[in-house]
Design a protein. Structure first.
Lengths: 219, 219
DNA sequence: ATCAGAACCTACCAGGTGGTCACTTTGTGA
DNA sequence: TCACAAAGTGACCACCTGGTAGGTTCTGAT
């Protein structure tokens, strides 16, 4: 069976990837329910039966799209051991990058709204996503807000996440009118938390920041 | 033709209302695209052909639902002449009431996400909605933030709206875990704006709540 | 060069979609 | 009371949905 596996790891893997890329792009445009297997198949250059050869059903397609996006942003890569400032800086940098990748943003806006329905296949995913994001943010805010009790770290974390989700909707509706980064940075300043510099990656800035990962997403 | 009109204003009007009520409830559960005319018809006690006798097509149904919701919240009723404090108080009160009416919240969460797509029938509606909400909020924040320049009134308005939209998603995913009012009030406090009292309307007792207004929605 | 298994397609299924049409039933103003 | 418009129906349309069955073509390790 080792031969089998090696064989599968060539062409099959490649079209499998084309399929989830296509699915991701389409889910971003219109959400999960409004996209058909034939739409996905057409964009990937197959028949819808071809898609179902690689994935058991439509739902599996969605789950793979989400899994792949998680690999791309690799938020967990930061791990719980990361410094609080680094975490916030990293998240602000993600906001920045999102402003250049409407696709990823649209995907999450559509899916998080749909997934509100407990019967939606992505419902557990988003429950877990928000839970673990909060678990990451609460200690960070606890440290950065130290002393001041007013917004509790829990509240600050929830506000921070909510702010970004809400900004994304307004931004998608009218991209030129909304500066997501500015709004997020202003929020942090209101809490007495300094904002990271404008464009740490690239040439002149003080910090060297991380390498140019392909693209990132919504938080 | 006056006779005709008077006749129409009785039974027709009544089932017309039943239809948009049914449509509103279903759109709230699952969004616009996932709900069929037959679903709406069944809930309203008709055939789907009957629904299409009253509305030219499915889209008209959605537009009427939105128009009706606007009448209910009657945000414009406040008018531009309202006091700044009164406006903020009113909005916070709406947040409060939303916490008791998941249907209205879910309607807007679903639709605002779907309407991100420029081809969606509600796209112009939401563009206008955010625009006019901002037009109402910017002067209010300009006054209440007076002096302090840090969050510009424009930014504060955008944050305020985004915060609520984002909170609604988290709240729908896990209603018991999220206190939308607390998060909004804390945000205002961070800007140095006092929060309105807990339950201004009605008796001082913690329970009993407000009068049984049908329901209200999201801001 | 072979040949097993992966990749993929055509054809089909039952069921759902928005919308139309010709028709019957019901309500109501005169 | 009556006539006529409004309300509502059932049958139908073409089309799309996710999923299956059975077959053909391709691929790549031997």
């Amino acid at each position: 069976m080792t031969d089998t596996e090696r064989a599968r790891s060539t062409k099959g893997e490649r079209t499998r990837r084309r399929i989830i890329d296509a699915a991701g792009a389409l889910f971003a445009r219109s959400g999960y329910r409004a996209v058909s297997l034939r739409d996905i198949a057409a964009r990937a250059g197959l028949t819808h039966a071809g898609v179902l050869h690689h994935f058991p059903d439509k739902e599996a397609t969605l789950l793979h799209v989400l899994r792949r996006r998680d690999e791309i942003d690799a938020l967990p890569v930061l791990g719980p051991g990361i410094g609080h400032r680094e975490l916030i800086d990293h998240l602000v940098r993600i906001v920045d990058r999102n402003s250049r990748t409407p696709g990823a943003v649209a995907l999450y806006v559509h899916l998080s709204a749909e997934a509100t329905d407990p019967a939606h296949p992505a419902h557990p995913y988003f429950l877990d996503r928000y839970r673990s994001l909060r678990a990451l943010l609460v200690p960070a805010f606890a440290a950065l807000l130290d002393g001041r009790p007013d917004p509790s770290p829990e509240t600050a974390a929830r506000q921070f996440i909510a702010l970004q989700d809400g900004l994304q909707v307004q931004w998608l509706l009218d991209p030129d009118a909304v500066d997501m980064r500015a709004a997020v940075v202003a929020f942090l300043r209101s809490l007495g938390i300094a904002a990271p510099d404008r464009h740490p990656p690239d040439a002149p800035a003080p910090t060297t920041g991380t390498a140019p990962t392909p693209d990132e997403r919504s938080v």
